[in-house]
Design a protein around this ligand. Structure first.
Ligand SMILES: [Zn+2]
Length: 336
C-alpha cells in the first residue's frame, strides 16, 4: 500500500501535505461472530490529523473481504473465475453444474460471500476433476449441450493429466507449497528421496508409483507426463489449482519426511541431485549394462529401501543433519 511519497490535501493544514499510513485493527460482527481486521488509516505528517485519502476506504474494504475469506477458509472471487476458465463455463452454466441456482455464481462474482457449504463445493470442484466430472453428470440436464460437452472434455483431460495417485498428488502439492521454485528435474529427485526415506522410517511406501532408471536419474513416468502436459511454469497454470490445499491430507509423519527432504536435498539444483542419484546403487543396478539412452528399467521399492537403510545406518536419515552429511559425502567422492 505505502510506496514512494504520499501526499494529499490536508483539510486542517489547508494545503497539500505528506501523509503516513498506519496499520490499525477494526472489530466487525459478521454472521454473529466477532472478527478483527487489519486496516490502514492515513495521518498528516505535519499536523497529525487523520486524512481522507481517495481509494483508501475501498482498499480497506477489499482487504477486509480478503482477510475474512482467509480466516473462514472460504473461496475467493479469483477461485471462482479460475473454475470458470478451467471448464470453459459461463456464470449460469457453472451455477447449474454445481447444483446452485441460476444467479448464485453471478452474485459471488459481484462480491457476495458464499456460505461454507457452497464454498466447499466450489473448492472441491476446483481441486478434483473427478468430483467436477460427477457434478457435470448429475446436472447434465440443466446445462446446454455445448457447455456440457466442453466442460466434460476439460474434466476428462484434467483427470488424464493428473493420472497420479492421490498420495503422489498431495506430496507434490506440499512440495510446491513449501518451496519457492521446483523444476521438474528437481521434483523427480525429491520425490525419489521422499520415497526412500519414508521406506526406511515407516517401512511402507509413501506412494504406490514405481520410478524408472532414466538417463537423468530416477523418474516417475506419470509425474513426467503430467509436467510435459503443463509445459513451462506449471505453478502459474490455472489447472494446477487442483494441487492447492490437498496437502492437508498428509499426516504428521508424511509431512516430516517431506520437510526433511526439503531441508536437505531441497537445497540443491536438479542437476546436482541428478549427480547424487547417479552414484546410488538403485539407479546403477537398474541401469545395468543397458545402452545409455534406452533403459527404462523399474527401480524397485525393495532396492530403494535396502539402499536407504544403509544410508540410515551410516548417516541417519531422520534428521536434516544426517542427510546433509550424506549429500556432502556423495558430492565429494568425485567419480563422475
Ligand atoms: Zn495537516
Amino acid at each position: 500500500m505505502a510506496d514512494g511519497k504520499n501526499t494529499d490535501f490536508c483539510t486542517v493544514c489547508r494545503r497539500e501535505t505528506e501523509y503516513m499510513l498506519r496499520e490499525d485493527t477494526v472489530q466487525k460482527l459478521i454472521r454473529g461472530k466477532e472478527y478483527s481486521f487489519k486496516v490502514y488509516h492515513a495521518f498528516c505528517s505535519e499536523c497529525g490529523e487523520e486524512m481522507d485519502i481517495p481509494g483508501l476506504a475501498d482498499y480497506n474494504m477489499q482487504s477486509i473481504d480478503r482477510q475474512y475469506r482467509q480466516m473462514e477458509n472460504l473461496v475467493s472471487i479469483d477461485d471462482i473465475k479460475k473454475l470458470m476458465e478451467i471448464y470453459h463455463l459461463g456464470k449460469a452454466p457453472l451455477s447449474y453444474a454445481l447444483g446452485f441456482g441460476e444467479i448464485t455464481i453471478t452474485r459471488y462474482l459481484y462480491g457476495q460471500i458464499p456460505s461454507r457449504e457452497y464454498s466447499d463445493i466450489i473448492r472441491r470442484a476446483l481441486t478434483s476433476p473427478r468430483y467436477m466430472n460427477e457434478q457435470l453428470e448429475k446436472n447434465a440436464d440443466k446445462l446446454g449441450i455445448t457447455a456440457y460437452r466442453k466442460a466434460k472434455k476439460a474434466a476428462r483431460e484434467l483427470t488424464d493429466a493428473f493420472g497420479v495417485s492421490d498420495k503422489m498428488l498431495v506430496a507434490i502439492s506440499y512440495l510446491f507449497a513449501q518451496m519457492q521454485e521446483v523444476t521438474p528435474l528437481a521434483l523427480q529427485k525429491l520425490l525419489y528421496f521422499v520415497q526412500g526415506i519414508y521406506l526406511v522410517l515407516v517401512g511402507t511406501p509413501f506412494f504406490e508409483e514405481d520410478c524408472q532408471a532414466w538417463v537423468h536419474g530416477p523418474v516417475y513416468e506419470n509425474v513426467y507426463n503430467l509436467f510435459k502436459n503443463f509445459k513451462y511454469n506449471p505453478i502459474e497454470d490455472d489447472r494446477f489449482a487442483v494441487f492447492r490445499e490437498r496437502f492437508a491430507e498428509l499426516d504428521q509423519t508424511e509431512k516430516k519426511v517431506i520437510d526433511l527432504v526439503i531441508d536437505s536435498f531441497g537445497l540443491y539444483s536438479g542437476k546436482t541431485l541428478e549427480r547424487i542419484t547417479h552414484r546410488e546403487q538403485p539407479w546403477l543396478e537398474a541401469r545395468g549394462n543397458t545402452e545409455p539412452s534406452a533403459s527404462r528399467e523399474i527401480i524397485t521399492k525393495a532396492a530403494i529401501k535396502t539402499y536407504f537403510e544403509e544410508v540410515a545406518g551410516r548417516y541417519g536419515v531422520d534428521s536434516a543433519d544426517g542427510l546433509n552429511a550424506y549429500i556432502r559425502a556423495q558430492l565429494s567422492s568425485s567419480s563422475s
